[in-house]
Design a protein around this ligand. Sequence first.
Ligand code: DQA
Length: 148
Amino acid sequence: MKFLILHGINLDMFGKRDPAQYGTATLAEIDARAQALARELGVELECFQTNGEGAMCERIHRAHAEAVDGVVINAGAWTHYSYGIRDALAILTVPVVEVHMSNVHAREAFRHHSVIAAVARGQIAGFGADSYLLGLRAAVAAARGSQR
Ligand code: DQA
């Protein structure tokens, strides 16, 4: 089975950006932890980051064409306003798990609303880099469950 972790706008700056919210791990370190978990779970994993909304939509379209088994996405600020990303995710028929490093619900009001939550299987927020690992476990479990 193949899974995708998608990182959106500004997330390539993890490690340098607002450590009180996002910690000090770099995106490469987070991806390495996710790859180790994928090996443990016996699945294939690709991690992708872009600051371009169109590039993210195209990667999601390709995920549909490639028939990936599940997607974990931290859309960054796009979470709160991008109907383009939302509509792209809605094309997928496999489990989509929305993740956030920070607890978006305990922050500014504009972060409380997610336009992608309604097309995701669920949301995990507030556990730092562990949010991605919990998200991957959730996506794999949901994909395996839906095969039965
Ligand atoms: C974030 C939360 C978003 O509100 C913010 O715009 C980000 C990161 C998180 O991982 O906590 O860029 O998605």
